[in-house]
Design a protein around this ligand. Structure first.
Ligand code: FAD
Ligand code: NDP
Length: 511
């Protein structure tokens, strides 16, 4: 008993001195430990190391329910922006091949697409990015641990390898950038027969006839590229498409997709999925407008019904890190601080933050600079531009027209708009009915621009530059004082002069 007591006293004394030593000298294993090696976590850890901090980053991928797994780099690199944009490009090339014939290229009457070739090339590129990230971390002297992390206290992280080997790391500051994962419905029997965006880019074989459930970014983009490579794709829309976006623009996006071949099941919700002996999936759904039941069979069901934050394994409740009870995301301040000192969170895991790669990267970079006392600059989350990479791309920055109207009143805004025809569509005889732009301005004073929307080829490329003007507080007259680049689609933005209020025909004619 005495020996036990002595032992306990020695342990207590040791750990007391360890804690005292830490708090007196500020000496931890690391200046910064980042949990999550995705867009945000990598940017944060690399910048911190660049500034001379001792940094470790943990990244661990829990395989999807279907067993899909991937390497370092997070959602964007492995199961998000990068494979998505490349498959979108595959689809655009299909359209370009059709256009090419009109431009004189001699192409077989029915060119076909091979899923395996596309997926293999995309996956190889993603693997090269995984490797590139590892090399960069090594070059910048960031310690990379392929381990799953959780918090012990505000300076301590516990980490496990896949095989269950445990390590403890201490750090002056801890950053959580663990992102999110796709959700699945909880009330649909047979839900497990479906896949998510965590799987679709890594399929060895073509998904075939696909039902995509969900009609926001992920649903529309995936259904768009599946249609574009020649597959039968249907989108099941519970309420509206692209909720939260300007609904006139959303209508143009879905009209184009319908004309392009994507099918839509409007105001429908899935009820059950049965796997037939043939392997096909029989989906039963309700049309909520008519309250009628319908059935069809698909090769694949893709759940695109939103994402859930990755907080469960982090042990946040024990430390009192405050979460939003509804969303499960971490409540953060303007400086990305959580409710517990020395613990920061940003990217998709942060409550109220846009779920976008550039915001995660910029926020991580700025946080690293602040933590290294190199800057006090906060991330500016206002005026974040974004693009939906649908067959006809849609990009915007600022307010939707309906939101502008809600904030400023109908007479408080002036909307300038134009239906334009991309030059490239003319010879190819493509329908340009949905190529449209609108600029929402304050109606008073010098007509500050408060919303900018564009559907058309390369919408993201077009809008990125205008987002700078937007950030600088551009007005409608600034826009008109800008000289266009001819012949481009973007130049139409600098010429827009028809107000919606006038009711005049907004179709652009001539140069
Ligand atoms: P993530 O990139 O998700 O990184 C988090 C990392 O942490 C992951 O690797 C995860 O495995 C790891 N992790 C989780 N828990 C732990 C733990 N306990 N220990 C260790 N590691 C852990 N955004 C755009 O801007 N443009 C696009 O075109 C675009 N397309 C998208 C397409 C799809 C299909 C999807 C799903 C998303 C897309 N996004 C796009 C969104 C973008 O991918 C995310 O906003 C971005 O990746 C978020 O970065 P993050 O650093 O917050 O998290
Ligand atoms: P969202 O949360 O934006 O949309 C979910 C969609 O699923 C909505 O259409 C929603 O309908 C529908 N839905 C939700 N639950 C159900 C259900 N039980 N049954 C049927 N439909 C349902 O999620 P996403 O996965 O599309 O996107 C997540 C985030 O990822 C985006 O917010 C975006 O920031 C990011 N992202 C960015 C991209 C880009 O920059 N290009 C591309 C892809 C993703 P309802 O409107 O009725 O709720």
């Amino acid at each position: 008993m005495a020996a036990l007591w002595k032992g306990r006293r020695r342990w207590k004394t040791n750990s007391y001195f360890k804690v005292l030593a830490r708090s007196l000298t500020g000496k931890y294993d690391y200046d910064l430990v980042v949990i999550g090696g995705g867009s945000g976590g990598l940017a944060c850890s690399k910048e911190a190391a660049q500034l001379g901090q001792k940094v470790a980053v943990l990244d661990y991928v829990e395989p999807s329910a279907k067993g899909t797994k991937w390497g370092l780099g997070g959602t964007c690199v492995n199961v998000g922006c990068i494979p998505k944009k490349l498959m979108h490009q595959a689809a655009l090339l299909g359209t370009a091949v059709k256009d090419a014939k009109k431009y004189g290229w001699q192409i077989p009457e029915t060119p076909s697409h091979d899923w395996g070739t596309m997926a293999g090339a995309v996956q190889n590129y993603v693997k090269s990015l995984n490797w590139g990230h590892r090399v960069q971390l090594n070059d910048k002297k960031v310690k990379y641990l392929n381990m799953k992390g959780s918090l012990v206290d505000e300076h301590t992280v516990k980490a496990f390898t896949k095989a269950g080997k445990e390590t403890t790391l201490t750090a002056s500051n801890i950053v959580i950038a663990t992102g999110g994962r796709p959700k699945c419905p909880t009330n649909v029997p047979g839900v497990e027969h479906g896949i998510t965006s965590d799987d679709v880019f890594w399929l060895r074989n073509s998904p075939g006839k696909t039902l995509v459930v969900g009609a926001s970014y992920v649903g529309l983009e995936c259904a768009g590229f599946l249609t574009g490579i020649g597959l039968d794709a249907t989108i099941m829309v519970r309420s509206v498409a692209l909720r939260g976006f300007d609904q006139q623009m959303s209508g143009l996006v879905t009209d184009y997709m319908e004309a392009y071949g994507t099918k839509f099941a409007w105001k429908c919700v899935p009820r059950r999925i049965d796997k037939l002996p043939s392997g096909a999936l029989q989906v039963t759904w309700t049309d909520t407008q008519t309250d009628s039941q319908h059935q069809d069979t698909y090769d694949t069901v893709l759940w695109a019904v939103g994402r859930a934050p990755e907080t469960k394994a982090l042990g946040l409740d024990k430390l009192g890190v405050q979460l939003n009870k509804e969303t499960g995301k971490i409540i953060v301040g303007a400086d990305e601080s959580t409710s517990v000192p020395n613990i920061y969170a940003f990217g998709d895991i942060g409550e109220g933050r846009p779920e976008l790669t550039p915001t995660a990267i910029k926020a991580g970079w700025l946080l690293a600079r602040r933590l290294a006392s190199q800057s006090t600059q906060l991330m500016n989350y206002d005026n974040v531009p974004t693009t939906v990479f649908t067959p006809l791309e849609y990009a915007c920055v600022g307010l939707a027209e309906e939101e502008a109207e809600r904030r400023y009143g109908k007479d408080g805004i002036e909307v300038y708009h134009a239906f334009y025809k991309p030059l490239e569509f003319t010879v190819a005889e493509r329908d340009a009915s949905q190529c449209y732009l609108k600029v929402v301005c304050e109606s008073s004073g010098n007509q500050k621009i408060i919303g900018l929307h564009f559907t058309g080829p390369n919408a993201g490329e077009v809008t990125q530059g205008f987002a700078l003007g937007f950030q600088c507080g551009a007005t409608y007259s600034d826009l008109l004082n800008t000289v266009g680049i001819h012949p481009t689609c973007a130049e139409e933005m600098t010429k827009v002069h028809i107000t919606k209020r006038s009711g005049l025909d907004a179709t652009v004619t001539g140069c």
